[in-house]
Design a protein around this ligand. Structure first.
Ligand SMILES: Nc1ncnc2c1ncn2[C@@H]1O[C@H](COP(=O)(O)OP(=O)(O)OP(=O)(O)O)[C@@H](O)[C@H]1O
Ligand SMILES: [Mg+2]
Length: 578
């Protein structure tokens, strides 16, 4: 809690001046709210005089109106200042979070669900707004004003002041009881929200499948379960805290019941004037409101602390390690040496070793799930190997600065991801600062210029979420154009399994040829006929290399590759029997 508070204070540092001004204005504004009570008190004293000074009463009324106006102005200013400060801080925080996410390994996203990251970026950051824009000024005022009031009341009549305050400690004691275990409760609360978030994301992203298989919300059990869990949790929580909370509310407003007998007694004893008696009634009630406010903020503050912890969790996550002394690769040969790797406890790559000389083509083939894509992902360090090493130009890739490594490799993914941006921007992200000419040249080489031109808005057409508005083959070619533009010396190509219509295949083959001319190429191929010319074919099975060689050598050896080849040939000859 105290660590979180320290971090929160550090967070608001850059907006310190605005926030101090906001808090000061908020205190003034809230204090102004008490002025009318005091003016009424003075008016009553005056009305009890034998000769009433009417002009004085009018002055008091005008004073009251002025106080209310001033309250309005100071509160509005305070709110504006705190909101400006809050949104500036939130903006910086979101940028910092996004930048941080960019430095983390893919492994981070693999072990967490998208709901968790989304919750932090959106909801938890929003909670910080609550703290800065509302709690800081409100809590300062809600704490200062009762203190001012109490001092004032003690000056007027210390015995009555004690009576007015008597129930407050009892009320807070009760409240303290309701806060027991709040920390763990909130942690559970956030967990269930995160779960809810990720199932909602999954539900909407998987809508096509859900429809195609005629599923309903009801049968999408995970969604229903997480909703139920959330509901049950809140239900239990309410039952636990409501009695205490209600008792607190009753007690905090019950001071009137103490003021009344104490007042009557002191009045009869002659040590309390009627005007003072009335004053204690009014301010006694006026005292409750800020105190109630303070407690609601207390509860919300616990939420802010929990949210801050999660934000801090991302900000302090260890990024992909950078080398202490950066090395420069001597060339672009690439190799794996005794590599072991697993996404979790189960190892999926076992002792994989092979090397790809500069400017040659190596094909990775093997059954589905053999670990081909995994190998491809390890080369640009989406994940770090568990054992063994990966080298580029005789340097361990961990000894290359991550930006350098990223500029050395271009990746065409098995499942192409396009941003919901123009096609132009989707291609252009291959390389910073290139002009239209280069983008179009790359698109031409990747055989997508013609179809892009034929779209209603040409290069300015929005690709749709995840590229949904384009066909699979078109997306593949756009991603090849992106890689051509990047012009990296090492190309890793994870061939898509679908889009096998012959025309598209020819176009893609030709595009790949242009992309990889004069480059070091690692290609994961599903159609063996496309890689017969490769300098080396590496055959994988269940995370192990079972064979290495050229097409001819492997055919001659007569092992797994030969069997795969024969199966492939049979599939080519396969005809629809009539
Ligand atoms: N993100 C991931 N998290 C956990 N396990 C994974 C992940 N990606 C793949 N795996 C597992 O790792 C193993 C190898 O998967 P990989 O994607 O490398 O296979 P592949 O050879 O590319 O298969 P395909 O030909 O079907 O694309 C599989 O058992 C798979 O279930
Ligand atoms: Mg794969």
């Amino acid at each position: 809690m105290s660590q979180s508070l320290k971090r929160l204070i550090r967070l608001v540092g850059p907006q310190k001046r605005r926030l101090i001004a906001s808090c000061a204005l908020s205190v003034i504004g809230t204090a102004m709210g008490l002025v009318p009570f005091i003016l009424i008190y003075l008016a009553i004293i005056e009305l009890m005089e034998p000769v009433v000074n009417e002009a004085y009463i009018w002055k008091l009324i005008i004073g009251g109106i002025a106080a209310i106006l001033l309250k309005f102005v100071t509160m509005a200013l305070s709110g504006s200042l705190s909101h400006i400060a809050a949104y500036n801080i939130l903006y910086d925080l979101r940028i910092r979070l996004a930048e941080k996410l960019g430095t983390l390994s893919q492994g981070y996203f693999n072990t967490r669900n998208t709901g968790e990251v989304k919750s932090t970026m959106n909801d938890h950051v929003e909670k910080i707004e609550l703290f800065i824009a509302h709690q800081l000024p409100d809590v300062t005022a809600a704490a200062m004003v009762p203190i001012f009031t109490a001092i004032f009341l003690f000056i007027v009549n210390w015995r009555m002041a004690l009576a007015t305050m008597a129930v407050i400690p009892v009320a807070f004691l009760v409240l303290g009881m309701s806060y027991r275990g709040l920390g763990t409760m909130l942690e559970k609360y956030y967990k269930s929200i995160e779960k809810l978030n990720s199932t909602v994301i999954e539900y909407t992203q998987g809508m096509a499948v859900i429809k195609a298989f005629n599923q309903t919300v009801d049968s999408f059990a995970r969604y229903r379960n997480s909703m139920e869990e959330y509901r049950d949790f809140l239900w239990k929580w309410s039952i636990q805290s409501v009695p205490y909370w209600t008792l607190f509310m009753v007690l905090i407003t019950a001071n009137v019941l103490v003021i009344l007998p104490a007042g009557v007694w002191l009045y009869n004893a002659g040590s309390l004037s009627m005007a003072d008696f009335i004053l204690f009634f009014m301010l006694g009630l006026g005292l409750c409101e800020p105190l109630v406010k303070l407690t609601t903020h207390g509860e919300q503050f616990a939420e802010v602390v929990e949210a801050e912890k999660r934000i801090n969790g991302i900000l302090t996550e260890k990024p992909l390690s950078e080398p202490e002394r950066a090395k420069a690769p001597s060339g672009f040969s690439t190799g794996l040496l005794n590599v072991h790797f697993g996404y979790n406890e189960t190892e999926v790559l076992h002792d994989v070793t092979f090397s790809v000389p500069q400017n040659t083509v190596t094909a990775l083939v093997g059954t589905s799930g053999a670990g081909k894509t995994t190998i491809a992902r390890l080369i640009p360090r989406f994940w770090d190997v568990r054992k063994g090493e990966i080298t580029i130009g005789d340097c361990n890739i961990k000894e290359l600065p991550t930006t350098e490594l990223s500029s050395l490799t271009a990746f065409v993914f098995q499942d192409v991801f396009l941003f919901n941006e123009t096609i132009y921007e989707n291609i252009r992200m291959g390389k910073k600062g290139v002009g239209e000419g280069e983008v179009i040249a790359a698109a031409r080489m990747a055989h997508c210029h013609e179809f892009i031109e034929s779209l209603p808005n040409g290069y300015q057409t929005i690709a749709g979420e995840r590229g949904a508005k384009l066909s699979g083959g078109e997306r593949q070619r756009i991603s090849i154009a992106r890689a051509i533009l990047k012009d990296a010396p090492i190309i890793i190509l994870d061939e898509a399994t679908a889009f096998v219509d012959p025309e598209n295949e020819d176009l893609i083959q030709d595009a790949i040829g242009k992309l990889s001319a004069g480059k070091t190429l690692i290609i994961i191929a599903h159609r063996l006929s496309t890689i017969t010319e490769a300098d080396q074919i590496v055959v994988l099975d269940e995370g192990k290399i079972v064979e290495k060689g050229t097409h001819q050598e492997l055919l001659k050896a007569g092992n797994m590759y030969r069997r795969m080849w024969e199966a492939h040939m049979r599939a080519q000859d396969w005809k629809f029997e009539t």
